[in-house]
Each structure stands twice: as structure tokens, then as C-alpha cells.
Design a binder for this molecule. Structure first.
Ligand SMILES: *[C@@H]1O[C@H](CO)[C@@H](O)[C@H](O)[C@H]1NC(C)=O
Ligand SMILES: *[C@@H]1O[C@H](CO)[C@@H](O)[C@H](O)[C@H]1NC(C)=O
Ligand SMILES: *[C@@H]1O[C@H](CO)[C@@H](O)[C@H](O)[C@H]1NC(C)=O
Ligand SMILES: *[C@@H]1O[C@H](CO)[C@@H](O)[C@H](O)[C@H]1NC(C)=O
Ligand SMILES: *[C@@H]1O[C@H](CO)[C@@H](O)[C@H](O)[C@H]1NC(C)=O
Ligand SMILES: [Ca+2]
Ligand SMILES: [Ca+2]
Length: 374
């Protein structure tokens, strides 16, 4: 990490101090709720994205704190692995990190004198209510907001990865520069998408939209998140990878059996989450699977080729937009008190913890327990 990052940390810290010292004073209530910062993330967005997707913080201020914590974790992990010998010479020195300043950040978020969720929502509402600004936040507005927040987080991670790979610091990643670090290579293969051929040159080439042999930040971000890319070459590559992965008899194509016992489950799960249908048994799913297979098999040769897979690739690899919409739908079902399908500022203020992820403690004692731990 360079000087720029250090300066960025300091700037944010000063900003936070400013906010703390200028917040209005109010008596605390709702002591049983506690806003939690999230601490887990995966180092490479790569292949495991469809298995678990962390929702992004609703409030940019919370996101900023989480981002700084993640950077610290990342930096520590990177330094540990880049200088393994150094760390091993000092056993136990950093084995149990205590993120004290982030504990403080969590305290800050939970101190209503300092971080008043009502005031935050009042402040944020006009930023959400933009299309059009009519006093209601619709599912679409909320989706766009969520998407903007998650794109910021994703791009930040990409920039961090870029710093790691762009060894000659020219702002581009060449294929030669793109050697996965040893700690990625040595870790669990499947979780980093080795089975997806993640590190292959073909993937790199497909991400290189203008074909100059180098990936700029946009292309590198696409490389790491192909499902969110608009680059047709990359989407085609993703389809090819999917076919390769599902082609169990290795004849280069996907037949109905391979489709039914693999791809179709993903499509079904996707549609279920979108349309809230009930779970069906394997037998009863065969007919709809055959129907979809026939629709996709445009040339009717009894196999799905990678071009025939393109219409459903978004269901196999859900995009950030999909998750942003899912999160928006969830928030609205939780906070829409009058059930008109949209949120007023009052509705939002009445359910603040739908927006601020919180753990719920039954009673005061539980709260004290957490208090002691800090
Ligand atoms: C937050 O601020 C609002 C308006 O300034 C006030 O009415 C409310 O009591 C405050 N809430 C808390 C929990 O301090
Ligand atoms: C991951 O896969 C590579 C190549 O297929 C292999 O050399 C390596 O030992 C594997 N690593 C683990 C931890 O399974
Ligand atoms: C990727 O592109 C380079 C030229 O830019 C070419 O030499 C290489 O063979 C390509 N690799 C694959 C797997 O397509
Ligand atoms: C990266 O290159 C692509 C063309 O491949 C271009 O569309 C994009 O604007 C470039 N991004 C930046 C940040 O320069
Ligand atoms: C799905 O529908 C059932 C009833 O049809 C309802 O009880 C349930 O809450 C719905 N789930 C979601 C996630 O919408
Ligand atoms: Ca470079
Ligand atoms: Ca409403």
C-alpha cells in the first residue's frame, strides 16, 4: 500500500472525528439494538460469487468504515504472505488481531448521540428519491441506490487488486503481471474458481475489450466480475466456461442430462428467488426442464452450445443488479408499513434497522454483556 492509501485513511479518520464532535446530543434509547459492522469478505470475487453474496451497507458512511477495515485485513494478509519469513520469525506477534479502532467505530455507530439513524435517513432520503423526487422511494430507486453502493465497493476492491498486480505501475495489468499470488494458488482450489479456469489466458484475452494486450481498470474489473460486464467477448467466454464445467462426458457439448443435473438447478433457484414459487421434486421438474432445454437449443441438435447458453447466463451468474434488486425487495417488504409498495421517509424512520444491519438482543443484560467485551 502506498502513501496515497495512508493519506486516505487519515482523511477519513479526521472526517469521522469531525462528525463525532459535531453531532447533536440526544438521550439514548433502543439500547437492545446494536449495529454490526461486517468483517468477512472473500479476496477474489471470482468463481464463488453465486454461492454467497454479502449485501453492501446501505449507508455510505457505514460502507466507508467497513471498507477501511477490509483494507486493513487485506493489507495484513498480503504482507503476511508476501513476507512469510518475516512473520514466522516473530511467532504469535500478530496472530490475534484486535481491531480496536473498528470496535470504536462500532461503538460510534451505536452511540445515538453521535450516530443518529433518524438524522442519517433524513439526510439520505433525498439522495435515494431521485427518479422522480416525489416523496416516495420506489423499488427501482432503492435498487439503483444499492447498485451504486455495491459498485463502489467492487471497484475499490478491484483497485486494490490492481495495485497488487500492476508491478510496473503503468496503470495496466499484462498477462505476465497477472500471476496469482502464492497464497491464492495454495488455498482451496474450488473456492477461488480454479474449476472455472479463472487464471487462463483465454479469460484474460476476452476481458481485453480493445485487444491491446493489457487490462486497464475497467477491463480488469470485468475480468474479476465477468457477470457484471457488458463486454460480449467476456460473456461468451463465461458461457464457454460454463459449458466446459457442465460437460461431464467431455464431448464439448451439453446434453439434456448434463443440463438437468447441473445448469437447470441454478436457473430454477434464480427463478424461485425472483418469483417465490415452491420447491418441487426432481420428477415434476423434468417437464419444465425439457421445455427450457428445447427453447435454448435453437438449432435443435439436442445439445446446448455456448452461444445457445447466452440467454440464461445472467441466471447462472447473477449480476450485482440482481442482488441490488433482491435487497431492495426485501427492504420494502420489511419497511413498507402501508403496503403501497414504496417507502416514505416516515416509513423508513420507523424501521431504521432494516437499513442498518443489526443484531437483536433480547434484553438489557445481553447488552451489558456486549458492553464488557469492548
Ligand atoms: C435523532 O434526532 C432526531 C431529530 O434531531 C430526534 O428527534 C431523535 O430523538 C434523535 N434520536 C435519538 C435516538 O437520539
Ligand atoms: C490446486 O490445483 C493445482 C493444479 O490443478 C494443484 O497443483 C494444487 O496442488 C491444488 N491445490 C490444492 C490445495 O488442492
Ligand atoms: C491471447 O492473446 C495473445 C495475443 O494478444 C495471443 O498470443 C494468445 O495466444 C491468446 N491466448 C489465448 C488462449 O487465446
Ligand atoms: C479501458 O479501456 C476500455 C476499452 O477497452 C475503455 O472503454 C474504457 O473507457 C477504459 N477505461 C478507462 C478507465 O480508461
Ligand atoms: C412466498 O409466498 C408465501 C405464500 O405464498 C409467503 O408466505 C412468503 O412470505 C413468500 N416469501 C417471500 C420471500 O416472498
Ligand atoms: Ca502494467
Ligand atoms: Ca409506502
Amino acid at each position: 500500500m502506498g502513501k496515497v492509501s495512508v493519506i486516505a485513511y487519515i482523511t477519513v479518520a479526521v472526517l469521522l472525528l469531525f462528525l463525532i464532535s459535531h453531532s447533536p446530543k440526544k438521550p439514548p434509547n433502543q439500547r437492545h439494538r446494536r449495529i454490526k459492522l461486517r468483517s468477512s469478505f472473500s479476496y477474489y470475487g471470482g468463481g464463488d460469487e453465486r454461492h454467497h453474496h454479502e449485501p453492501v451497507a446501505f449507508d455510505p458512511l457505514v460502507a466507508e468504515i467497513e471498507r477501511r477495515r477490509e483494507d486493513k485485513q487485506w493489507e495484513k494478509m498480503y504482507i503476511e504472505h508476501a513476507h512469510k519469513d518475516l512473520v514466522e520469525e516473530a511467532p504469535g506477534a500478530e496472530s490475534q488481531p484486535e481491531w480496536e479502532e473498528f470496535m470504536d467505530a462500532e461503538d460510534y455507530l451505536n452511540d445515538e448521540d453521535k450516530f443518529n439513524v433518524t438524522n442519517r435517513l433524513v439526510l439520505l432520503f433525498p439522495k435515494l428519491d431521485v427518479g422522480p423526487p416525489d416523496g416516495y422511494v420506489t423499488e427501482h430507486e432503492l435498487t439503483q441506490w444499492n447498485l451504486k453502493q455495491s459498485e463502489k465497493v467492487v471497484m475499490h476492491r478491484t483497485q486494490r487488486d490492481m495495485e497488487l498486480h500492476d508491478k510496473n505501475r503503468d496503470g495496466f495489468v499484462s498477462f505476465a503481471e497477472y500471476v496469482p499470488p502464492s497464497w491464492v494458488r495454495n488455498s482451496d482450489n474450488t473456492s477461488f474458481g480454479y474449476d472455472m479456469g479463472w487464471w487462463k489466458q483465454e479469460h484474460f484475452n476476452a476481458s481485453d475489450a480493445d485487444g491491446d494486450g493489457l487490462l486497464n481498470i475497467t477491463e480488469f474489473n470485468d475480468f474479476l466480475h465477468p457477470a457484471d460486464s457488458k463486454n460480449p467477448k467476456l460473456l461468451q467466454w463465461l458461457c464457454k466456461e460454463e459449458i466446459r464445467e457442465r460437460d461431464t462426458d467431455k464431448d464439448g457439448k451439453v446434453n439434456f442430462k448434463e443440463f438437468f443435473h447441473g445448469l437447470f438447478d441454478f436457473v430454477r433457484n434464480y427463478d424461485e428467488e425472483a418469483h417465490n414459487s415452491t420447491h418441487e421434486s426432481d420428477d415434476s421438474m423434468e417437464a419444465p426442464a425439457r421445455k427450457l432445454f428445447a427453447q435454448l437449443d435453437k438449432d435443435g441438435d439436442g445439445y446446448i452450445s455456448h452461444t445457445e447458453l447466452l440467454p440464461i447466463i445472467g441466471k447462472l451468474h447473477p449480476s450485482e443488479h440482481y442482488y441490488a434488486k433482491q435487497q431492495a425487495e426485501y427492504i420494502i417488504t420489511q419497511a413498507d408499513a402501508d403496503k403501497d409498495g414504496r417507502l416514505t421517509l416516515t416509513e423508513m424512520i420507523e424501521s431504521p434497522y432494516v437499513f442498518y444491519s443489526a443484531i437483536f438482543n433480547e434484553d438489557e443484560e445481553d447488552y451489558e454483556y456486549h458492553d464488557e467485551f469492548r
